[in-house]
Design a protein around this ligand. Structure first.
Ligand code: SF4
Length: 478
């Protein structure tokens, strides 16, 4: 059994010996991206298991071992890791954990300390925790981020973005159920087998793969009937993780909508750009600035190539480049707002609205101050300039029920459908403005599922505004 070795600060190290013997447990955030990243780690000789567990006991474990004012994503991730170890599925003497550290100022950099504290509380302090970061925050002799691995991880994220982007635009319309998922699986395997041969990791082969991916998805047989396109924005873990957001994308599909989820590449560029903003605001040495600038240029170029590949097919919506998203935010927030998703969250909402996707779910985890400011806190400012926007902020916390979250989203959808119906009827004759469904839903569920403040933000049609008043009255009476 591997010897336990500690650094001078008492941190348990992941040693070279452990690399041979241990299974590393990693949380999942984006199924496609993280699935590919797991396999990239395996190519380097690590034994890795990605956790896809999704049940209430995880939340309870998080509540038991993490302070209850900690942000919900931290509670979920730590709860999931500890629940897995305590489940008996793994040998506790041969298990390690891996977690990302963004290097930013919010708790995402401090999860690792919360995790170690929780392990100690659970009597599991002999389990090493590996930090995966590009800021040199923590190092381990048995875990090295060499250039090849970094390239594979970065390209997994960029390829993951185009796959998810196109899959989301095919799945709701596919004729043969499951055809899109089959294509996703094919491309994951194809790219990973290229990575194994050290292919697909340079600009030229990247462009070639992008063109093939876009063509393959464009060839999936679909029927493009009009559906409500729903943007999903918010704190990164809750926005992407099916566990964190109670399978939000599946729910939107079941409601006959098309989910539109911004890609991870913008977040990566946002994080890199923050270093340049820091340099502008607080100063930095020229060499560091030049290196960060080059990195940003390299990733931006890949994003532009991705956009160009998607734009070849008019049936697909391509995202805007990072620079456009950044410019859109200029009149709303300063670029110093960079904790959590920072100004990018507001920028993503604006990007979607400018693209005609005005129906948006803004996912808000409990205990996340940064994203409450740049997410929920900016909805009124956005609505003032974009009255057509239909944004609902949904809270995710240990006490929030799935049914309540879904009811509130359904209300937002009823507004969206009413608007679509209105647009359609104004094109044709004097058809009714509200669908029966929307009115029925509003009557039954509105007062239960929405507070007065949210109703203002949702900007309800007239018939619902009446309910809003009675709902406010009911709330006061209670
Ligand atoms: S952004 Fe918010 S939810 Fe995410 S780690 Fe930071 S504090 Fe927690």
């Amino acid at each position: 059994m591997a010897k336990l070795i500690y650094d001078k600060n008492g941190r348990l190290l992941f040693t070279k010996e452990m690399k041979e013997e241990y299974t590393i447990l990693m949380p999942q955030m984006l199924p496609v991206h993280f699935g590919m990243m797991k396999r990239c780690l395996e190519m380097e000789g690590y034994k890795v298991d990605m956790l896809t567990t999704n049940h209430r006991a995880i939340v309870n474990t998080g509540l038991k071992y993490v302070h209850n004012d900690t942000c919900y994503p931290a509670l979920l991730v730590i709860g999931q890791l500890i629940e897995a170890i305590q489940s008996g599925r793994y040998d506790v003497d041969k298990t390690a954990l891996i977690i990302t550290q963004t290097g930013g100022g919010c708790r995402a950099s401090n999860y690792i300390h919360l995790l170690r504290k929780a392990l100690k509380k659970a009597g599991l302090e002999k389990i090493p925790v590996i930090s995966i970061n590009l800021s040199g925050l923590e190092k381990n002799p048995g875990f090295k981020l060499n250039l090849k691995l970094i390239m594979r991880l970065v390209y997994s994220m960029v390829y993951g973005d185009i796959i998810v982007l196109l899959a989301n635009q095919c799945r709701p319309y596919e004729i043969e159920k499951g055809a899109t998922d089959k294509m996703v699986e094919f491309w994951e395997n194809e790219l990973l087998s290229q990575f194994e041969k050290s292919e697909g990791l340079g600009p030229a082969s990247f462009r070639e793969n992008l063109a093939r991916i876009a063509e393959d998805f464009a060839n999936i047989p679909v029927v493009r009937v009009p559906k409500v396109r729903v943007g999903v924005v918010g704190e990164i873990y809750i926005k992407y993780s099916p566990f964190g957001n109670n399978n939000l994308e599946d729910f939107l599909l079941s409601e006959d909508c098309e989910p539109v989820v911004p890609g991870l590449i913008d977040f990566i560029l946002f994080k890199i750009d923050n270093r340049l903003v820091d340099a502008d605001l607080y100063g930095s040495n020229i060499f560091k600035r030049a290196v960060v600038g080059l990195l940003k240029k390299y990733i931006s170029a890949r994003q532009h190539e991705l956009i160009a590949a998607v734009r070849k097919y008019p049936q697909f919506r391509a995202p805007e480049p990072f620079e456009v998203i950044k410019a859109n935010v200029k009149d709303y927030l300063g670029y110093g707002n960079k904790m959590g998703e920072g100004w990018l969250l507001t920028g993503e909402m604006l990007e979607l609205i400018n693209d005609g996707i005005v129906d948006i779910v803004c996912t808000q985890p409990f205990g996340c101050l940064p994203n409450h400011i740049v997410g929920k806190g900016m909805i009124r400012a956005i609505k003032n300039r974009h009255p057509e926007s239909n944004i609902v902020a949904i809270d995710y916390d240990p006490g929030a029920t799935k049914i309540n979250q879904e009811n509130r989203i359904k209300l937002m959808l009823s507004n969206a459908r009413a608007r679509m119906e209105k647009e359609r009827s104004s094109e044709h004759a004097d058809a009714p403005v509200l669908t029966a469904d929307a009115e029925t839903y509003s009557d039954k569920e509105y007062s239960r599922s929405v507070g007065a403040e949210d109703a203002d933000i949702l900007d309800l049609p007239d018939t619902q505004a009446i309910n809003k008043k009675s709902s406010s009255t009911n709330t006061v009476q209670q």
